[in-house]
Design a protein around this ligand. Structure first.
Ligand code: SF4
Ligand code: SF4
Length: 83
């Protein structure tokens, strides 16, 4: 079960990682970071971009395949991938 950790204070909201995640697991956070930018956030299930909420029972599983595309594409190295 892979997962990613996003440094939300470093994120500049360029949205590159959203378009490169093959599983649609990254979406926009609704809260601003300290720089006044809406950063991205990770969802374990691939329904964040469709406005859904992951069911509680599925919180320990993840659709993330650990491909690292998000981390590679981020120009500011804000994403760490754990496999
Ligand atoms: S590691 Fe791959 S599947 Fe996981 S969030 Fe990043 S781009 Fe998406
Ligand atoms: S690619 Fe990096 S800087 Fe751009 S939105 Fe994603 S985490 Fe933020």
């Amino acid at each position: 079960m892979a997962k990613i950790v996003i440094n939300r204070e470093k994120c500049k909201g360029c949205l590159l990682c959203i378009s490169f995640c093959p599983k649609g697991l990254i979406g926009l956070d609704k809260d601003l970071n300290r720089r006044g930018i809406k950063p991205v956030k990770f969802s374990r299930q691939a329904n964040l971009n469709k406005g859904g909420t992951p069911p509680k029972a599925e919180k320990e599983t993840s659709d993330c395949i650990g491909c690292s595309m998000c981390a590679i594409i981020c120009p500011d190295c804000c994403i760490e991938v754990y496999k």
